[in-house]
Design a protein around this ligand. Structure first.
Ligand code: FES
Length: 232
């Protein structure tokens, strides 16, 4: 609509690099290579130790191959091509874990699971295993129940019906919360958690972040009729 005002925000990074890592292993599958390229440039700029593994089905379908051959860090890149029989072996790539190593992965659901399972098996702690989804993975059979949002700052209770999200309930009550994907992927609707047991249904928060935050467009009270106190 002509004249419509469009609201924008500063960029939000939900896949940040830990620049204190002693070694960083980047593992991208398919188009999941894109954040890895930005991370590789940054790691090179700060003189960090890193490797980048790029998994693709075939060279013909792979993006960025030319791009990855050009930077000064191209010798740190290994391309794994399924139809050439050079599929990545996460168990081998992630072996020999030492304190301070971090692994980052982005790609299809099964690919990321294989990477993270191998990382966990080799001793990478939770805070050293990082992932970013770019589409919603298969979901468990969630049951929706009504619950109550308690707004700590404004001392209000907002009922959330079984067939609506917390963001819907807030909007219905005139409380604006920024929403983008509504799928629990982008993190835009992240809110501080004051108290309450949560069924976290997002794909963006780390376990550590979930102790103090929740994603309002997807997550709900863990129990029917539960009270979730949030920092609003
Ligand atoms: S709007 Fe994207 S995670 Fe909620």
């Amino acid at each position: 609509t002509e004249g419509r005002r469009v609201f924008i925000s500063k960029p939000i990074n939900h896949f940040p690099l830990d620049e204190t890592a002693t070694r960083t292993i980047l593992m991208g599958g398919g188009i999941g290579i894109t954040p890895m390229i930005a991370m590789a440039h940054r790691l090179d700029a700060i003189g960090a130790d890193f490797v980048l593994h790029y998994s693709v089905k075939s060279r013909a379908l792979a993006g960025y191959l030319d791009h990855l051959a050009q930077p000064p860090w191209s010798d740190r890149v290994t391309v794994h091509v399924s139809d050439e029989g050079t599929r990545a072996d996460p168990a081998r790539i992630l072996s020999g874990y030492r304190d301070g190593w971090h692994v980052y992965t982005c790609g299809p659901d099964r690919f990321m699971k294989a990477v993270l399972d191998a990382a966990e098996k080799h001793g990478f702690p939770d805070q050293a295993r990082h992932l970013e989804y770019f589409s919603v993975p298969d979901l468990p059979e969630y049951q929706n129940h009504p619950f109550t949002l308690r707004l700590a700052r404004s001392d209000r209770d907002i009922p959330v019906a079984a067939d609506e999200s917390a963001t819907d309930a807030l909007a219905r009550n005139g409380i604006a919360v920024d929403v983008k994907c509504s799928d629990g992927l982008c993190g835009v609707c992240k809110c501080g958690l004051v108290s309450g047991a949560i069924e976290h249904r997002d794909f963006v928060l780390s376990n550590a972040q979930r102790a103090t935050s929740l994603i309002l467009c997807q997550s709900r009270a863990a129990r029917p009729g539960g009270i979730v106190e949030i920092d609003l």
